[in-house]
Every structure is written in C-alpha cells, then in structure tokens.
Ligand binder design. Sequence first.
Ligand code: NAD
Length: 255
Amino acid sequence: MKHAIITGSTSGIGLGLARQFAQAGYGLMLHGLDPEGPALAQSLAQEYAVPVHFSDANLMHPEAISTLIDEAHQAFGSIEVLINNAGIQHVAPVEAFPAAKWEAILSINLSAAFYASQAVWPHMKQAAFGRIINISSAHGLRASAFKSAYVTAKHGITGLTKALALEGAPHGITVNAICPGYVKTPLVEGQIRDQALSHKISEAEVVEKIMLVKQPIKSFIPVADIAALALFLASDAGKTMTGASLPIEGGWTAQ
Ligand code: NAD
C-alpha cells in the first residue's frame, strides 16, 4: 500500500484530495486545524477501508512539521506521496497589509512546503521513490493586486518546485506544482465576503465581475479535477514529469 501525507486536508481542496487518494487505496495522514479533523479521519477510514491517521500540527512551526512527518513515517513505515496543500490568504493593499499576515502567509504557504519536503526527503531517497506535489495557484504564475504576500509565496513555490525537482531527479523523487484557478472552498468564500465589503458590492457581483474575470472558463475549478491531476502525478505514468508548475485554471494564464 502507498501512503500520502496531505497538509491542510480537513477542508476544501485538501479534503477533496484526501477523499480521492483514499478511494484510490492510499493510506493517509489527514492534517489540518479544523476541529472536525479526527471525525473526518475516522469516516474516511471507514468509507474507503484504508488506514487514516490525523495530525493538527501547526505549520507555522518547523519543529511541528518534522513531528508530523515523523508520526506518519512511524505509523506507515513508508511515505510515497507528500502533498503540500495547506494555505491561507489575506487581501489588502500593500500600505495596509498587516506584518503578521505577511509572516503567516510566507510561513504556511511557502516555508512549510520546504520544511515538510526536507523532512520526507531522507525516507523518499532511501526508498528511491517519492512524489512531492505542491498545491500552488494561478497566482504562482500571475499576480493580482492586493495579494502581495500570497502571490510572493506562490511564486516562491514555483522556484522551490524547480530546485527540488533537480535535487530529486537522481533519487526517483519527482516534485511538481499544481496551479488551480478559483475553486469554491472556505478560503475563497472568505475572499468573496472580504471583496464584497472592500468594493461595496454584492457577493454575486464579486464572483461575476472580479473573481472570474481572469478565468475565461466562467466557472469554478472542480476539486475532483485537481485530485485527478494529483493522482496522475503520483502514478507510475507521472515518473518523468518533474519541476513543472501545471495550470488548471480555465485558461487564466493563456492571457
Ligand atoms: P481551505 O481554507 O479550505 O483549507 C485550508 C487548510 O489548511 C485547512 O485544512 C486548514 O486547517 C489548513 N491550515 C491553515 N493554516 C494552517 C496552519 N497554520 N497549520 C496547519 N494547517 C493549516 O483552503 P483551500 O481553498 O482548500 O486551499 C488549499 C490550497 O489550495 C491552498 O494552498 C491555496 O492557496 C490553494 N489554492 C486555492 C484556490 C481556491 O480557489 N480555493 C485556488 C488556487 C490555489
């Protein structure tokens, strides 16, 4: 059996990834801060008949990240897939951008992916097999105003993905990033509320006039489509794809 650690998998895209990896027969380390995490782990284990462990390690702290990886390795004996998915967002003009939000976004969206990759590396290297998948964003390839920290962190993920792909190549470790456009998750629902307040327009207008303006396919990206791409990257057929930042964003970055 193969095993996957998916950070931030108690909600949104991460939970969708967890569901599809469990369905595909992976043992899972479910992870995140949502209080329903342990119950979600239990129900996934029952529904898909795979082992599911749970961790609420706070990714702001590098030592908690190494404990998360150690726990998964102790529980499973091998870690084939690491999906660095957890992320947060804050939308504000640069002059009003709170320093604490800048630090938190850089820590959770960028540094945590580095520390988690560093901690799984020796296990993957020893097994001569590993798949690291970073859930980046269209904002890893393009910028938007008022998202300085998020755009910086996600562009950083593009660089980290390339550098680790080069280091992993001799060891059977591939490293890729998936760059989704807008997906309707709690993170995006929060942004819709914030944008409605800052632009003084309705939430429906935010979706139509702001959010999906850059997304030529005028609908949200289904989580299941992102999970299908991640499963491909994790599969044997993904073995020669590495260092890529793959857009799945309804044509956003074609512009
Ligand atoms: P979400 O808010 O639904 O879930 C975020 C997850 O991260 C949760 O499980 C949460 O508990 C966890 N998390 C947050 N802070 C944490 C911390 N300090 N320590 C540990 N866990 C923490 O978000 P989502 O929309 O599913 O986003 C998941 C990823 O996808 C993020 O990296 C995000 O940038 C990226 N993304 C999202 C969209 C979108 O439209 N939703 C688009 C492109 C990329």
